[in-house]
Write a protein that binds this ligand. Structure first.
Ligand SMILES: Cc1cc2nc3c(=O)[nH]c(=O)nc-3n(C[C@H](O)[C@H](O)[C@H](O)COP(=O)(O)OP(=O)(O)OC[C@H]3O[C@@H](n4cnc5c(N)ncnc54)[C@H](O)[C@@H]3O)c2cc1C
Length: 395
């Protein structure tokens, strides 16, 4: 009797392709104790057809492609300032809208839950703008995109590399120029449950509800961006990567999804999407003449369809080639997955008892004491050496 899709849970990226492929409606996404969504199968509805597992993208190999790297800046200054990097996403989305297509991307829903939605017009893409450092639920959007494609519509789907992989596992690639896929260089996705708990903790402390949240506010600049919470009482709380607790925990890999730690197949030249977006970190060295600290996108062109889509944005995007060999130093996520923080398990033990707390994050991110350093060093010794040391200690 099937209760989940993948036996090996740690490989499940939560893309939701399985939900969208189940004709019996037997699968729904359910939060686990860490607050991440996993597929749960209703045994009473499941007929064991195996379609979910057959379409699951986990473990799929991806060919290495001939990737070209470009820098890009949206020429609409308001759009660039409202976007996380250089506003490349908006230019691509506008091209799709202009051709009558539907754009899918991540937006805040009720209670600041991050979910994928579809947009038919310019107003619809505004909430997609800006990175949300929380895993988005794309399961319904994948089903909707599949339906639209089957009906002959044009679709741009933007998401994490694993969401695009899930979409393509569900719909295939034979859509000509009607399907454009856009992913990004991904550090990893934090737990939606942890983010919800963090918002509740802030609201309690402030005694006021959060009415808006931005992870990438550029008032201090693109490089030194801030996360800004706005409250119903009119006040704001802002913090940078150096002092804002949720951002600090995210960037230190304290609460990323387990599958992010083993995400090697969708990096470098192996992205499944037509185009891969990123921050052009290192711009000060790579293209100082373009760097005004208001935001620069890196655009990796992975396929001919991606090249065509980028060329079509010429009116709105200033595009220039960059030297790909100089990119990884400032942006390690381009090639390597994030290594979970050694105190991740301790975070989640405490989180399960009391929810998110800034003090907890600060305590766990403090440098380890001498005893902990020693324990970690011993734990990292090769097995044979450990056995010899233990034998010696026993005399
Ligand atoms: C979780 C996460 C981790 C990232 N890690 C890196 C990194 O390590 N290095 C790097 O260079 N860039 C990273 N990025 C990408 C970067 O922050 C920008 O999204 C990218 O440069 C595009 O910026 P833009 O200015 O073109 O468009 P924007 O308008 O800022 O981008 C918005 C696009 O991102 C999508 N999006 C936003 N949040 C999510 C989400 N939670 N899940 C799925 N899609 C989402 C929207 O659908 C929209 O398509 C990350 C983004 C996210 C969401």
């Amino acid at each position: 009797m099937r209760t989940t899709v993948l036996a090996e849970r740690a490989r499940c990226t939560g893309c939701g392709a399985c939900v969208s492929v189940c004709r019996r409606g037997a699968i729904r996404m359910q939060a686990d104790a860490e607050g991440f969504l996993y597929p749960a199968v209703d045994a009473a509805r499941c007929v064991e057809c195996g379609a979910c597992e057959a379409r699951c993208p986990a473990g799929r190999e991806h060919p290495e492609r001939d990737v070209r790297a470009f820098g890009a800046q949206n020429t609409d200054e308001a759009v660039r300032r409202a976007s996380s990097s250089g506003g490349a996403f908006t230019a691509l989305a506008r091209q799709t809208l202009a051709r009558g297509g539907v754009v899918f991307g991540a937006a805040f829903g009720g209670g600041f839950r991050v979910e994928h939605v579809g947009a038919l017009d310019e107003k619809g893409i505004v909430p997609m703008r800006g990175s949300k450092y929380v895993q988005s639920d794309a399961s319904e959007a994948i089903a909707q995109a599949a339906e639209l494609l089957e009906r002959g519509e044009r679709v741009l789907f933007s998401g994490t590399p694993c969401q695009i992989d899930g979409l393509l596992a569900r719909v295939g690639t034979d859509w000509g120029d009607r399907l454009l896929t856009v992913d990004f260089v991904c550090h990893g996705v934090p737990s939606p449950g942890v983010f919800a708990s963090y918002l509740r903790a802030m609201e309690e402390e402030q005694g006021s509800a959060v009415t808006a949240y931005a992870f990438r506010d550029k008032r201090r600049g693109w490089k030194d961006f801030s996360a800004v919470a706005t409250f119903a009482d009119g006040t704001e709380r802002a913090g940078t990567q150096a002092d804002e607790p949720f951002l600090r925990g995210f960037l230190a890999n304290l609460y990323l999804r387990p599958s992010c730690a083993v995400c090697t197949a969708l990096r470098g030249a192996r992205h499944a999407a037509d185009l891969t977006l990123a921050d052009l970190w290192g711009a000060g060295d790579i293209c100082p003449e373009r760097d005004d600290d208001a935001g620069l996108s890196l655009v990796l062109v992975n396929t001919p369809a991606g090249r065509q889509a980028l060329d079509a944005c010429a009116g709105e995007l200033a595009v220039f080639p960059v030297d790909a060999s100089r990119l990884t130093r400032a942006n390690p996520s381009l090639i390597a997955p994030a290594k979970p923080h050694p105190r991740r398990a301790r975070f989640f033990r405490a989180y399960r008892r009391n929810g998110f707390s800034s003090t907890l994050v600060e305590r766990l991110l403090a440098p380890p004491g001498r005893l902990e350093r020693l324990v970690r060093r011993i734990a990292s010794l090769p097995g044979a050496l450990l056995r010899r040391l233990r034998k010696a200690a026993r005399g």
